[in-house]
Each structure stands twice: as C-alpha cells, then as structure tokens.
Design a binder for this molecule. Structure first.
Ligand SMILES: Cc1cc2nc3c(=O)[nH]c(=O)nc-3n(C[C@H](O)[C@H](O)[C@H](O)COP(=O)(O)OP(=O)(O)OC[C@H]3O[C@@H](n4cnc5c(N)ncnc54)[C@H](O)[C@@H]3O)c2cc1C
Length: 390
C-alpha cells in the first residue's frame, strides 16, 4: 500500500489521515471546504476525551459544561449534574485542530471536491474539481450527504433524522434538552463560545414541521431568531434493519463516520464514532492481513456498532414508549428528579459510560432502589414494600 486517499476532512477523515500518516503511509486528504462550521452541537462526551485525551488537553477554545436541564411534557424539568463534563467546540475549531494534526503527521491536505471515483486495476483514479489523483486505497469520509453513490452507507429516509436550528446571541452555563410529544427526537440549547446553538432533531417528520416546533419553543422561552443564522443538515440514524446490510467497506475502500452511518440513533452523538471509526479504519489498513475490509467490519462491530444497533431498537421506546402510565421521557425526568440512583444512570448515559447493551439489566437491578427513593421523596416510606427498601 503506497498511497491512501481520504475523501473528506471532517473529524473521521482527518483522524484517519493522522493515524495513517503517523504509521508512515503516503496520505492525501481532499476536502472541498477544509475547516468549516458544520451544523453541529460540537459536544464531545467523556467517552471521547477519555479515550483521546488530546481532545481535552489542547489550547483550542472550548467550553466545559457541567450540568444539563432535562424537560418533558407533563413532567416539568430537572437539573442533571454532569460528573463527567461535556466539552463543546465550535466545529471550525475542532476540524481545524484535527486537520493540523494530520498535516503535522505528514498527510498532504488538498482543498478540492472529489467528483468521481474509477477503479484502475487494484487502485483508484479519483476525479477532482482540479484534475485527477491516483491512489491504492480510499477512505470515504464525506459525511451524511455523501455524494459518491457507489461507496459508503446508502441512507434511506428511515435511516436519517433532520436536524436544524439557529445560532443565537446569548450565554448560559447549562445544556437544555426538551423532549416533545410524538417526536422521535428532541430540542437542545447548547452553550458555545460566544453564542448559543438552539436546534431540533427528529425522525419521520418534515423539516418544516420541526422548524415550527422549534420556533414555538423559542418563542415560549423568549429567544428571538430574528437575524440569527439558520442551519440544517442530515443526521444518520440507522433503522434497526439497516445495520445488518450497512455498507461500511468494499473492494479497495472503507467508509468512516457519518458516511458509514455511524451515529448514535438516540442521542445523535456522531463525533466520537467519527474519530473512533477513523482510528479503526487506519488500524485495519495497517494490519498485516489480506482481509482488511473484513477486519475493519469486525473491529467496528465489536467496538461499538453492535451497541448502536441495539440502541436503534430502543429508540422508538425511549421517545414514544410508556412506563407506569406515563411517557418514557416524562418518567425519565421524574425519576432523575427523585432518585439519586437513577440520576447516576442518566449521568453515565450522558457521558457515554453506559452502553445500551446492559442498560436494561442495570435499570432492572436498580428498579427497587429507585422506586424506594422515589417513594421516600414523596414521604411514602410505609407504602414502599420492605423488600424494595433493601
Ligand atoms: C445539527 C447537528 C448537531 C449535531 N451535534 C452533535 C454533537 O453535539 N455531538 C456529536 O458528537 N455529534 C453531533 N452531530 C453529529 C456530527 O456532526 C457528525 O456525526 C460528525 O460531523 C461526523 O463527522 P464526519 O467526519 O464523518 O463527517 P463531516 O463532519 O460531515 O465531514 C465530512 C467532510 O467531507 C467533505 N466532503 C463531502 N463531500 C465531499 C466531496 N465530494 N469532496 C471533498 N470533500 C467532501 C465535507 O466538506 C466535510 O468537511 C450533530 C449533527 C447535526 C446535523
């Protein structure tokens, strides 16, 4: 393997480029924009910066958020302390930092659009806006709106969420999350350096309706969107059936990040999976095996894709399910308010420390204790069965 072409220079492509160039491979990364303010909350969980500490330890501006306010219909709101803070970057700054690291590791960075790919023997001829580039292998990192139809995940409408919002003036310490009736998705307010990102994501609902829901919420909170910059983008959120056939690799290529649909189908977290899949693709390419693409599939499956697939089966129940005669989001808010045990589980979910596989078991193991704490918080200790108090 002499030359690897990386198509797209977001977090997935930039990190794969850094890893491959550090291992001594010839790497050319092409992105039509290079660093840019991609519509994104820019939030990185503890799972991301504990595994990749450079995301925390650097001089790039970022915010560290230590609390989140969760709200749901008929349940009011609750403040969730984040023992493991969430880091929030501007996407321009994050992309710039990652591209700089790739360049320092020896990757050649080109600002150009890839317009087509053609197989040439065992390698590729890539058509670009300015000419063509030959490569032995391709890493496809072109994001959720991947224009290269023959490589990467084929996202159908049930595999995506619309995400849109406004960057507005303002400052606040906490993240706000608002669940809404009959929506597989949520509204967020993310404090960023110098402004707020107020947005909504949702599955199965037209963008125009999501925008209406968001504006109604903003009006209700006195947040003006007049003169505010509007953003919208696509968020992969693979349907449970789509994981089985997910096209993450083929002859001479591997897809990483959003181009491979690797996003948490419940929270929309994609930055960690972009960086992680870039890392694993580099590992698979460097590995001493003829079956590199198979190796990559196995690496991502064992590392996180099996968990995301399980998450995709939970998503409908999380947003639209019922528990103890109330909606699941409302119960989540109420339980977090009244049960310290449940609140710790929620904190771990926010931090990415609690996989979806194993969540049900942990919830069940803690159910008696949580119900006891809830009963006690109402002063109903006599009504709680003795067994539950243990
Ligand atoms: C509104 C919104 C909010 C989000 N908030 C969060 C969050 O808070 N935390 C989180 O973890 N995730 C969040 N996500 C998800 C996150 O943004 C993505 O998962 C992440 O950007 C994926 O990185 P990537 O490198 O795979 O793709 P991208 O970041 O999309 O990068 C793809 C790159 O490819 C380039 N490109 C595309 N086509 C071509 C071409 N033909 N030629 C050359 N270059 C090309 C583009 O210019 C782009 O730079 C959010 C997403 C949305 C839409």
């Amino acid at each position: 393997m002499k030359r690897v072409a990386i198509l797209g220079g977001g977090p997935a492509g930039a990190f794969a480029a850094e890893k491959l160039a550090s291992a001594g491979l010839g790497v050319v990364l092409m992105d039509e924009k290079l660093a840019w303010e991609k519509p994104c909350g820019g939030g990185l969980t503890h799972k991301a910066y504990s595994q990749y500490p450079f995301l925390l330890n650097n001089s790039t501006p970022k915010r560290m958020v230590t609390e989140s306010v969760l709200a749901a219909p008929k349940a009011g709101e609750v403040t969730l302390k984040l023992g493991d803070p969430l880091l929030i970057y501007s996407r321009f700054d994050l992309n710039h930092m990652l591209l700089e690291r790739a360049e320092r590791a020896g990757a050649q960075i080109e600002k150009t659009r890839v317009t087509g790919m053609q197989r040439q023997g065992t390698g590729w001829r890539l058509k670009t806006a300015g000419g063509s580039i030959d490569a032995d292998f391709c890493i496809v990192a072109t994001g959720a709106r991947n224009p290269l139809r023959d490589v990467g995940t084929q996202l159908t409408p049930p595999d995506t969420m619309s995400a849109l919002g406004y960057y507005v003036q303002g400052n606040q310490a906490q993240i706000d999350i608002q669940f809404l009736p009959d929506l597989e998705g949520y509204i967020w307010i993310f404090p960023r350096c110098g402004h707020l990102s107020v947005g909504i994501c949702g599955k199965g609902e037209p963008a125009a309706l999501l925008r209406k829901r968001l504006e109604a919420y903003m009006a209700g909170r006195g947040i003006s969107w007049k003169d505010a910059a509007f953003y919208s983008h696509l968020l992969p959120s693979l349907d449970s059936k789509s994981w089985k056939e997910n096209r993450v690799a083929g002859e001479g290529w591997m897809a990483v990040g959003d181009a491979a649909g690797l996003v948490d189908p419940i929270t929309g977290e994609g930055l960690y999976y972009a960086i992680r899949s870039g890392d694993l693709a580099a590992k698979a390419l460097i590995a001493d095996t003829a079956e590199r693409t198979l190796h990559y599939r196995k690496l991502i499956r064992h590392d996180f894709a099996a968990d995301l697939e399980f998450g995709s089966r939970l998503a409908k129940r999380v947003f639209g399910g019922r528990f103890l005669f109330g909606s699941v989001p409302s119960r989540m808010v109420q339980f977090t308010r009244r049960s310290p045990r449940f609140s710790i589980i929620m904190q771990d979910l926010f931090a990415g420390k609690q996989p979806y596989l194993g969540l049900k078991r942990r919830l069940l193991e803690n159910l008696n204790g949580s119900l006891y704490e809830i009963g006690m918080s109402f002063g109903f200790s006599r009504l709680v069965p003795r067994k539950a108090r243990a």
